[in-house]
Design a binder for this molecule. Sequence first.
Ligand code: ATR
Length: 279
Amino acid sequence: MDHYGVLGNPVAHSRSPAIHARFAELTGQAMDYGRLLVPLDGFSGALRHWMAGGACGCNVTVPFKFEAFRLADSASERAQLAQAANTLKFAGGRVEADNTDGVGLVNDIQVNAGISLAGRDILLLGAGGAAAGVLGPLLAAQPRRLVVANRTHDKAVALVARHASHPSLQQLLLKTELLAQAPQGLRADFDVIVNATASSLSGGETPVDARVLKPGALAYDMMYGAAAQGFAGWARAHGAVPRDGLGMLVEQAAESFEFWRGVRPPSAQVLHELREALA
Ligand code: ATR
């Protein structure tokens, strides 16, 4: 039996153990998947301990994704762009890092929701860790225009600057905006807006004017459950189609699972089951 798990703080709420257990069951993989609450100042020690216990890899969640990236011996290109890792694989005492969040988002939009991002105008709200994890894969989907808007404009500028040599930039426009209630530069229509801010966690309102939305636009929140309801209500009230981040959660897990096991789990089936269980 091979061992995996999720390391974070908090971690009790994590649905990853259930998702990976179901993936393992459906693909016949001999593995288990636990969870470990890591003290806020104790990630490197916890990781060493986890490896010494014979684990083959782990997922990493808030607030340790940046530290996980820094501690790794090698990292995939998408983890380097994000400067953060949500997936670690251990081999011969070395730690290999990946970031599957962005491809999880893109797969949920393009495969599960059936909306192609190629040639679309996308607005990404936020420039923290969640936004950093998805910008590279969103660019790789080749939209026509991608605008990163953040309350603290400098952070959006720094995030975009890190992607300056992304191969997709020859074909598309990547720019930043200051995120404010009615920002001048955002009074255009977007086909897809992705909320990667933490505003809903603090009970705040959607931090952007609804004029950014094209009628029927996809309004995607990386949160799910109660935390995503405010944004979904806002989207619906303004003629957009809301989607929460549950599919992204399952799809990033599927990508991690494949990185560890070399086997693609049936993620759409597991997402369907999870939605039914939560309804
Ligand atoms: P995470 O790793 O979840 O992205 P983070 O790095 O703290 O967390 O980033 C939180 C993001 O939400 C940031 O883009 C933050 O904007 P600032 O960079 O200006 O801090 C954004 N955010 C949080 N609360 C917000 C609010 N009430 N309105 C608008 N943006 C908010």
